[in-house]
Design a protein around this ligand. Structure first.
Ligand code: ATP
Length: 540
């Protein structure tokens, strides 16, 4: 970025009382202290020179005042270049001049320090492809150790990260953690598998006293039970060795929990279970200091909005800090979410709503439903690189495909909403443990689930939106590993191809030109009625 562009974006949207401080700026920029002595009568020549000099000085003063005013906005915590300048005027008595000079030097030093901090932050943001919007955004982290030096983090917690093999913060962690630690609300949009979970959990662990009494301190909402359970597991790993009460809102707890006697620092739940507990079991959320909406765009989708509203209302602590995290954040959802946020900062890593660049994506034309089954078998014969996730559009189709693959020589399993909680968890665990090679799934595990080792995602049924596509394929290519995503399409899917093709193109994958020439569709979602999955001829 050019310097001028960089500074204009850094300094955008600032306010400063120029009239009040202009003389101070002019002074410390010129490195001179105005003489308090009475002025002598100037000659006409001197007058003219002084006039043009004055005009120049005025111009320079204005420029400097503007630059200094800008500096005051992108503040490094606790710094204010102009601290202590209030209430000064130009006509200082002579005995104060020396003090004034010292003050000027201090101010210049402070200003330089702030400039250096701003430059350092800008360099880091550029390096890690971080894009921010908002006022007074704290500088990104250079390392996890900075959490100790800058924010007084318990070195034990940082030690846990290194035990987990986390050497460096990921880009979203670099920026979102300081934002939350500075008590600011935020919208965070970063690619799948880029470490958003730690980005919202770590500030909670740093800020909340373990085992504190007085009610729930943090609530994390996730769209599915599997994701909520995974978040609890992750949180416990990061908090290991400290006695936090980290609770998952299970079905039983939601229906029959005695919340008055419950010790809970961090509560993770799906929206409906939490809402049920609040309304039917008198769960009090008025002490909640942090509310995190993970996969926030999903939570704000129709059907959930009212429940979210109700939970937000129940978290009535006026100083609550809310944050929204997702790999996709449509403008409409952001606008809706802003209505509940307060002076929120927006952080985007890379390009908004794009797929992870670590995934090699392919579109395959399979013609018909029967063609898809043939293509799948063929691809397994050519190369089966387990673990593989296969997404279909409904639980009926998941069962049908499972029946087909059960006769083949692949260790397949299935996960969908008709299975009970334990069966769903077993299916996930078996894939993680390598006992199953292929897991056939519905949207239930499309979001947030962390399968580190998944090598390939196959969209057997075309995804219903670009966001669904990004989340599905994001089950591979996580934590810096590469992955492969294959998407089958039939004649029926052709009108919706372009939306998905745009995602491929924006992450640098090749797409045939005829697909890019297809008309753009206004409708963002689609679901095709499909023939059942079967190698047997149709009975009718
Ligand atoms: N700083 C780090 N260093 C190394 N690995 C990390 C780091 N932070 C997170 N991870 C690992 O990266 C993986 C993905 O993290 P996480 O599940 O938080 O991704 P995400 O951004 O929430 O993805 P999604 O959008 O799919 O929910 C996890 O296995 C996690 O343990």
């Amino acid at each position: 970025m050019e310097t001028s562009k960089l500074s204009s974006s850094l300094f955008a949207g600032t306010h400063f009382n120029r009239k009040r401080f202009a003389s101070d700026f002019a002074r410390f920029h010129q490195g001179q202290t105005p003489s308090p002595a009475a002025p002598s009568v100037p000659s006409p020549e001197k007058k003219r020179k002084r006039k043009s000099g004055k005009a120049k000085a005025k111009k320079n003063k204005k420029k400097r005042a503007e630059a200094a005013s800008a500096l005051s906005s992108d503040v490094v915590e606790g710094f204010n270049v102009f601290k202590g300048l209030e209430g000064k005027n130009d006509e200082l008595p002579s005995e104060k001049v020396e003090i004034r000079k010292d003050e000027d030097l201090v101010a210049v030093r402070r200003r330089k320090e702030v400039e250096r901090e701003i430059e350092r932050a800008a360099v880091l943001r550029k390096r890690f492809d971080l894009h921010i919007a908002g006022q007074n955004v704290p500088a990104p982290l250079e390392s996890f150790e900075e959490l100790i030096s800058r924010y007084g983090c318990d070195s034990y917690l940082v030690g846990n990260l290194s035990k987990l093999g986390f050497k460096e913060p990921t880009p979203i962690q670099r920026q979102a953690i300081p934002i939350l630690l500075s008590g600011r609300e935020c919208f965070a949009c970063a690619p799948t598998g880029s470490g958003k979970t730690l980005a919202f959990l770590f500030p909670l662990l740093m800020k909340i006293k373990p085992g504190s009494k007085g009610g729930v301190k943090a609530v994390i909402l996730c769209p599915t039970r599997e994701l909520a359970a995974q978040t609890v597991r992750e949180c416990k790993k990061f908090a290991k060795g400290r006695k936090y009460f980290i609770k998952l809102m299970t079905k039983d707890l939601s229906k029959s929990g005695n919340f008055k006697d419950m010790h809970c620092d961090i509560l993770v739940s799906t929206p409906l279970r939490l809402d049920h507990a609040v309304k039917k079991r008198d769960l009090d959320l008025s002490s909640v200091e942090y509310l995190v909406l993970d996969e926030s765009d999903k939570l704000f989708e129709l059907g959930f909005v009212e429940v979210i509203d109700s939970v937000v209302e129940a978290c009535s602590n006026p100083s609550i800090i809310r944050s929204l995290f997702s790999a996709t954040l449509p403008d409409s959802i952001e606008a809706l979410a802003r209505t509940i946020m307060h002076d929120a900062i927006r952080v985007i890593v890379g390009r908004k709503n794009s797929a992870s660049s670590l995934i090699k994506q392919k579109l395959i034309f399979a013609g018909t439903e029967r063609g898809k089954l043939l293509a799948l078998r063929q691809s397994f014969q050519e190369s089966l690189n387990p673990p593989v996730l296969i997404f279909v559009q409904s639980k009926e189709r998941a069962k049908e495909l499972y029946k087909e693959l059960a006769f083949d020589d692949v260790r397949a399993d299935v996960i969908h909403a008709d299975l009970n909680e334990q069966q769903r968890q077993d299916a996930v665990d078996n894939l993680r443990a390598g006992k199953t090679w292929v897991l056939i799934a519905t949207e239930v595990i499309a979001r947030g689930m962390d399968f580190k080792g998944v090598n390939c995602v196959i969209n057997y049924d075309f995804p219903e939106s670009a966001a669904a596509y990004i989340h599905r394929i994001g089950r591979c290519g996580r934590a810096g590993r590469s992955g492969e995503a294959i998407t089958f399409f039939t004649e029926e899917d052709k009108p919706f191809l372009r939306n998905i093709a745009n995602v491929l193109v924006s992450s640098g994958c090749e797409v045939p030109s005829w697909i890019m020439a297809l008309p753009k569709l206004k409708r963002k979602k689609h679901r095709v009625d499909r023939d059942p999955i079967s190698t047997l001829p149709n009975e009718d």
